[in-house]
Design a protein around this ligand. Structure first.
Ligand code: COI
Length: 356
C-alpha cells in the first residue's frame, strides 16, 4: 500500500455549473498527486497537495530533451453514486512500457493504482454527472535533473492532475472531418510512435495546423516509410467498417496501442463481427469509399471515446463516409462503451474498477 501524505486546500475553487460545456482540458480540480524519484532512493514522498505551479530549474532536462511520459484515463460517477475507473490496469501497463522506452524508472503497478484512486477520491466532487462528461485524469512523469548533457535524468517527478471534461471535439458525437496527411509523418517503427510521450504530439502539430486551416479537425497519419499504410489519427486510433468487416491498422510499433481500441476490438468480436487487425493502404480506403463498400469510419480514444468520421480528405478528393451521419456500429459502440464506463452496462470482468 502506497503511503500518501495529504495536504488539503483551504481555498477550494468554484466548481463548474451543471450546464458548463466543459471544453476539454481547460478546468482543473483543487488537488494534484506528486511523487519524486531519486537514484538510490527510488520513488518516494507520495503526496496529495493543492493544485499549484511547479518549481523547476530552467535547466531541468524535460525542457530540453523532452524526457516525459503521459497517460490519459477517466473517472466516472456511476449510477449508484460509485466512483469508477475504466481499465486503469491498461493505462498503467502502457505507462510503464513508455517509461522503459524512454529510460524513465518504472512505477510499481499497485502504487500507481493507489495514487490514481487517492487523487480521484479527494476530488470526487469534481466528477461531472451530465451524459457525455467525465473527470479526465492526466498522470505524467518529467525529468528534473538540472543538466544540459544528453542522458537519462537521475531525478523525476510523477504528477497526476484532474480535469472535468465534455466531448473532445466541438462536434460532440457528430462526425468529424479528417485530413489524410501525405507530406509530414508522425513516427516510424523503431522510433517512439508507440510510446505515450509529448514528442509524438509536437511532431503532429505542423500537419494539424495545416488541416485546421482547411477546415479539418485532425490528421490521419500514413506510415513513415512508404506513406501508404494507414496508422492513426492525432488523438485517436482509427477503425473502418468495410463490407461488414471491422478493420483497424495492426500495431506495428509506430502506432499507439489504445485502451479504447483494444476494448472496441473485444466488443466487436463478442458481437460477432469479423475483425481484422492488419495493414490497410490508403488506396484500399479510397477504393472502398468510391465503391460504397466503406460503411463506417470512426476514431477511438480515451478523450475522443468513439468519434464518427464523416469525411476523409485525400489529396484533392473529399471522400464522404456514411452520408455524414454516425453509423449504426459507431453508435452502438459509443452507447456500450460509455454505458460500461458509468456502470449502466455490465462489461467484461475487470473493465470497471470501483474507487469507492
Ligand atoms: C487521450 O485520449 O487520453 C489522449 O491522450 C489524447 C490526448 C492527446 C488528448
Amino acid at each position: 500500500m502506497l503511503h500518501i501524505r495529504y495536504e488539503l486546500t483551504q481555498n477550494p475553487k468554484k466548481k463548474p455549473e451543471k450546464d458548463d460545456p466543459l471544453t476539454f482540458g481547460t478546468i482543473f480540480t483543487d488537488h494534484m498527486f506528486v511523487m519524486d524519484y531519486e537514484e538510490g532512493k527510488g520513488w518516494h514522498d507520495a503526496r496529495v497537495i493543492p493544485y499549484q505551479p511547479l518549481s523547476l530549474m530552467p535547466s531541468a532536462m524535460v525542457f530540453h530533451y523532452g524526457q516525459e511520459m503521459f497517460e490519459g484515463l477517466k473517472a466516472y460517477k456511476g449510477e449508484n453514486g460509485n466512483v469508477l475507473l475504466f481499465r486503469p490496469d491498461k493505462n498503467i501497463e502502457r505507462a510503464n512500457n513508455t517509461n522503459r522506452r524512454l529510460c524513465i524508472p518504472e512505477i510499481n503497478e499497485e502504487d500507481f493504482l493507489d495514487a490514481l484512486k487517492a487523487i480521484v477520491k479527494v476530488d470526487k466532487d469534481w466528477i461531472p454527472e451530465k451524459e457525455g462528461t467525465s473527470l479526465y485524469i492526466r498522470p505524467f512523469i518529467i525529468a528534473t535533473d538540472p543538466f544540459l548533457g544528453v542522458r537519462p535524468s537521475h531525478t523525476y517527478k510523477f504528477i497526476i492532475i484532474l480535469s472535468p471534461v465534455g466531448a473532445y471535439y466541438k462536434e460532440g458525437l457528430n462526425p468529424v472531418k479528417i485530413w489524410i496527411e501525405d507530406e509530414y509523418v508522425r513516427a516510424v517503427k523503431g522510433g517512439i510512435g508507440e510510446a505515450k510521450t509529448g514528442g509524438n504530439y509536437v511532431a503532429s502539430l505542423k500537419a494539424q495546423v495545416k488541416a485546421h486551416e482547411e477546415g479539418y479537425s485532425q490528421v490521419l497519419w500514413l506510415d513513415g516509410i512508404q506513406r501508404k499504410y494507414i496508422e492513426e489519427v492525432g488523438a485517436m486510433n482509427i477503425f473502418f467498417k468495410i463490407n461488414g468487416v471491422v478493420v483497424t491498422p495492426m500495431l506495428t510499433g509506430s502506432i499507439l496501442p489504445g485502451v479504447t481500441r483494444a476494448s472496441v476490438i473485444e466488443l466487436c468480436k463478442e458481437w460477432g463481427y469479423p475483425v481484422e487487425e492488419r495493414k490497410i493502404s490508403v488506396d484500399e480506403i479510397y477504393e472502398a469509399a468510391k465503391t460504397g463498400a466503406l460503411e463506417e469510419c470512426f476514431g477511438t480514444g480515451t478523450a475522443a471515446v468513439i468519434s464518427p468520421v464523416g469525411e476523409l480528405r485525400f489529396e484533392q478528393e473529399k471522400l464522404q463516409v456514411g452520408g455524414g451521419k454516425i453509423g449504426q456500429l459507431s453508435q452502438r459502440l459509443y452507447d456500450t462503451v460509455t454505458g460500461i464506463q458509468v456502470g449502466k452496462i455490465q462489461g467484461p470482468n475487470g473493465w470497471c474498477v470501483i474507487v469507492e
